[in-house]
Design a protein around this ligand. Sequence first.
Ligand SMILES: Nc1ncnc2c1ncn2[C@@H]1O[C@H](COP(=O)(O)OP(=O)(O)OP(=O)(O)O)[C@@H](O)[C@H]1O
Length: 711
Amino acid sequence: MGCIFCKPSAIEDSKESPRERIESKTSLDLRVSRVTSSRREESYRGKDRYDNNDGRTMLIDKQANGSVRLHGENFERKREKMGNVIAQHPGVGSIPKAIEGEQIAAGWPSWLAAVAGEAIKGWLPRRADSFEKLDKIGQGTYSNVYRARDLEQKKIVALKKVRFDNLEPESVRFMAREIHVLRRLDHPNVIKLEGLVTSRMSCSLYLVFEYMEHDLAGLASHPGVKFTEAQVKCYMQQLLHGLDHCHNRGVLHRDIKGSNLLIDNNGILKIADFGLASFFDPHQSQPLTSRVVTLWYRPPELLLGATYYATAVDLWSAGCILAELYAGKPIMPGRTEVEQLHKIFKLCGSPSDDYWRKSKLPHATIFKPQQPYRRCVAEIFKDFPAPALALLETLLSIDPVDRGTASSALKTEFFAAKPVPCDPSSLPKYPPSKEFDAKVRDEEARRQGGAGNKGQRLDLERKGARESRAVPAPDANAELVLSMQKRQSQSHSKSRSEKFNPHAEDVASGFPIDPPRPSHAVEVNVDPQGQQPKRASHSGPLVHRTWAKAGKNQDDAPKISIGGDLSTMSGLVAARRSKFSEDRRDRSSSSQLEAPNLLSRFPGSFKEASESLIQHDQKNHTQGVLGPHQKEDAKNSKKDPVLVGYGSKGHKIHYSGPLLVPSGNMDQMLKDHDRHIQEAVRRARLDKAKARKLQAEGNQISTNSLFVSGR
Ligand SMILES: Nc1ncnc2c1ncn2[C@@H]1O[C@H](COP(=O)(O)OP(=O)(O)OP(=O)(O)O)[C@@H](O)[C@H]1O
């Protein structure tokens, strides 16, 4: 895909041929110091055709939205070459203002070039009208993801519209880190960023990715899909290869979970969603935020507040995935940080005295249990094959140094023992099965209600119908109350990105909106034996509509109290915020765990504290938020909030759902929040009016009584 572009201004402004300029060692630096951005803009406006010295023609295609495209013989190759030159000469980025001017002239919006020049270096923006949006295929905390047709490359792609605040440089910078990280990576098991869609006039940004049909969470929860051991090994092998690549390139993913492991129709797994990823120093000399990784997959050291950590955090998450693939369900679905830590200690044992001493973890004194917990991974997962159990024991080591590396995991007996990992291409072809699809499917089944097929509903529920989803990290963060209040007040501002208005966003960003098509239902015909589906058709636009409907469903709609919604909302952007605070070096106490503060109110045992906290959380955060199943789970987990067990005896797991509203319902939450405020204002007005009336009546009475007494 032609997204590695040279700096077009280099071709524009001088009489040299592009090749001469590419090959001239210092030309870029000279040029940027010579030519101002305003001159460059003029030159774009003044020309739409440029004749090279070598007689070839370069056409400059100016768009109404201000973006510029360049076409010409061998131009793609030159763009690539120029990209390489830039990569080999990092000094090119050392004149920020000039580079910024160039990038703006090339069609990048100024808010992006101003703070994230590094992330877009050497690329040109793709134009929105070179894509046709087809349907919405995913919704994350920070994004909406669409399937789209790339009209130039003639292929299907995924467009991820990222949420950020284009007027807040920090927000842009941190969003751009995802791009920067992605550009550092190049591996078959890591999602490939193919380009960026924006324009000088736009305040939104789309990331263009290769299109992936499935994600592991969606596949695993699909009724009728049951992985064989060879398949589990195949997915784990690909995950570890991808992780190994990330770690070798100095990148921590920090949010490994099933829904971030995308799988295509050829069985290739790719690690996706680098929104929380970070570059790391192998010597761990820089502190990082501990408020990362989705709760169920978060390692104990992060829950204990570690700020010096490295690749082992991703390996813990990989261990959780391994166990989940065998067990068929998430193994430690905690609802709060305290409960999560408790689940970990119950399963993996509490840290040794030696570990407590040497790790010096910030929350060690608060969380160190009076009585140590015994490790019982082998007992709980006694039905797992021995090599799988051995790998699991390593990956779920309490001490990060015992977890090894992705590369050492790949060399274990697990992958050598029979059955060996199957070939990805031999994996069955599944129907579309993202976690998003699973949610749509669950909703569809629920909507059919009493009239629906009871057996199928039960099956969905048994399979772990994912109303209980992993809560994106971090789940609760006080600092975000403020940030969301700010956001709330800003969301009315016209100059903001149109991030809370998906329809307006389509129009504003220049995407052709796909015309309504006859709806074709999701037709999933799965063999009852769990084998290859007989027929599957893509859900097309129906998915979007169904989802929209699902959003309106009573069970799904976030019902939040004023007290709760800000903290709920805050959780949704907390990780991004944590990323901000990471660069500010965790400067404030606001990024501390809320649990320790609360814990101080519960001076009893760890378990008592944990239970009290859970009840506290239920009271304060979950009123009306939990769906019927979750309520049931919450009830159970009050009795014993810990993992009960697995194995052939059909042990039960308390499959408790997130305390927070599932990710992505930002629009709805903002609306609800507005509604609550309006209601509160209306009530206050009524109360005031009533008080006035009472006062007037009181005056009347006292006047009357005066009158009476006077009489
Ligand atoms: N390349 C792709 N092809 C197909 N679907 C994709 C692709 N990228 C993302 N998706 C879908 O969109 C969803 C959200 O994307 P992603 O996880 O990158 O966003 P996010 O806002 O960072 O989410 P999260 O809340 O998990 O942090 C994914 O779970 C996946 O189902």
